[in-house]
Design a protein around this ligand. Structure first.
Ligand SMILES: *Cc1c(COP(=O)(O)O)cnc(C)c1O
Length: 416
């Protein structure tokens, strides 16, 4: 008998509407989805990660406390070396490289602030989009074609417009253009009182970038490109001047996760912001430690010689590079597709038969091969160049495969 006061509960309950049941799906295992042999990731990112990075990424530790504190301190020290800055304002972000862009835009700009965006392509234009979303008044300085931004014209526009912030990209991954006059533009704009924001997502640790010396106020970067870490955990550095501007904001900060002052609380004062991506931070620690072991000079030299050898090999195949030498990015190489070669078919053949993945493009008739971090290794170059040449031949292109391979070898072995 039911105890006094207890109500009789009918089970299953009678509902007025039939109960919706979501049935359990049948899925494949990852082994069934992933290729039998992992693809060699030679596209525009993510890039292969070294074993210590992969191992660190498999660990989970407490996101607060003394062990995490020591890890964070080392990450900041190493990041200061890699960014070439003394700033205390090094912050990690749980998010893609674009989240560091968004952090910079959302913290440095208030509604109505003027911004000049130097737009070379897809990624540098993304900063203009983000700035408009936070209410800034954005002027775009569009650099046509595959030119790099010209310092005189840009600085003239800075004088005329007097923006609070100027944004530019060091290497425009989308069309493989290198803004070679970044130091001149950054220094000039900085002297004119502008906060200089630089997207170094694909270039950091692949070529020189001197944050303090060049007068840069925010450097944005991601994990999965030059640093050869995992995607989804990124680093940003703000100068003292930039952080002072952030502290003096009058408009409320509408982003909570991307609030730079809350992030600083975690990164420098042991305060809880959100549960930090501990595995990804450990991975980043290892990626930075490997940069320090190699030294920046060594790393730049490796990237330069590998990228130049790859370019020589590509030309040796009889193909042409998308950007003139003067504005050509070494971190991601753009290759013109010969007549009759279809980008998607080419890439499908390369990944199915040669287990090498490269990237297509955003509207331009090119394919792109990355030279970031672990991609810049001689043995990867031989495999990639061979895969590219063979797959193009498959589509009937006239390719000098032995010529390309021998150019690669010649250049790598330092012969003239
Ligand atoms: C890849 C890339 C980005 C975007 O990084 P995500 O991690 O995809 O957000 C931004 N800028 C440049 C130059 C890039 O190469």
């Amino acid at each position: 008998m039911a105890p006094a006061g207890a109500m009789f509960v009918q089970w299953p309950p009678t509902l007025h509407t039939p109960m919706t049941r979501i049935s359990c799906p049948t899925v494949q295992t990852l082994d069934q989805i992933l290729p039998d042999e992992p693809l060699l990731m030679m596209g525009a990112g993510p890039v292969p990660i070294p074993a210590p990075v992969a191992y660190a990424n498999s660990l989970v530790i407490n996101h607060l406390g003394p062990v995490m504190g020591r890890v964070l301190n080392q990450v900041k020290d190493m990041a200061r070396y890699v960014f070439q800055t003394n700033t205390p304002y090094i912050l990690g972000v749980a998010g893609p490289g674009s989240a560091t862009m968004e952090m910079a835009m959302a913290n440095l700009l208030e509604p109505g602030d003027r911004m000049l965006a130097v737009c070379n392509g897809y990624f540098s234009s993304r900063m203009a989009d983000m700035a408009r979303r936070v209410g800034a008044v954005v002027t775009e300085h569009v650099v046509e074609g595959t030119q790099c931004a010209d310092p005189q014209t840009v600085l003239q526009q800075v004088r005329a417009l007097q923006p609070k912030v100027i944004t530019l990209v060091q290497g425009e991954t989308s069309n493989t253009v290198w803004n070679r006059y970044l130091p001149e533009i950054a220094r000039g704009a900085s002297e004119l009182g502008c906060l200089v924001v630089v997207d170094a997502v694909c270039t950091l640790s692949t070529m020189p970038l001197n944050m303090d010396d060049w007068g840069i106020d925010a450097v944005l970067t991601g994990g999965q490109k030059g640093l050869s870490s995992i995607p989804g955990v990124s680093l940003v550095a703000f100068s003292e001047r930039a952080f002072a501007a952030i502290r003096q904001r009058r408009a409320p900060q509408t982003h909570w996760c991307l609030d730079a002052q809350l992030a600083y609380g975690f990164w420098s004062e042991g305060q809880y912001h959100y549960t930090a991506p501990t595995s990804g931070i450990l991975a980043l620690h290892e990626a930075l430690r490997l940069v320090c072991l190699e030294t920046l000079e060594g790393r730049f030299a490796r990237h330069l010689s590998c990228s130049e050898a790859l370019q020589a090999g590509i030309e040796g195949l009889g193909l042409s590079l998308f950007v003139d030498k003067t504005a050509r990015l070494n971190s991601v190489v753009g290759i013109r597709l010969p007549d009759g070669v279809d980008s998607a078919t080419l890439r499908l053949c390369m990944s199915a038969e040669h287990k090498v993945e490269i990237s297509g493009s955003f509207g331009t008739p090119i394919v792109r091969i990355g030279q970031m971090g672990e991609q810049s290794r001689a043995h990867h170059l031989f495999r990639t160049l061979h895969a590219l040449g063979s797959a193009m031949r498959r589509q009937g292109a006239a390719i000098d495969l032995p010529g390309g391979m021998s150019e690669l070898e010649r250049s790598l072995s330092g012969q003239p």
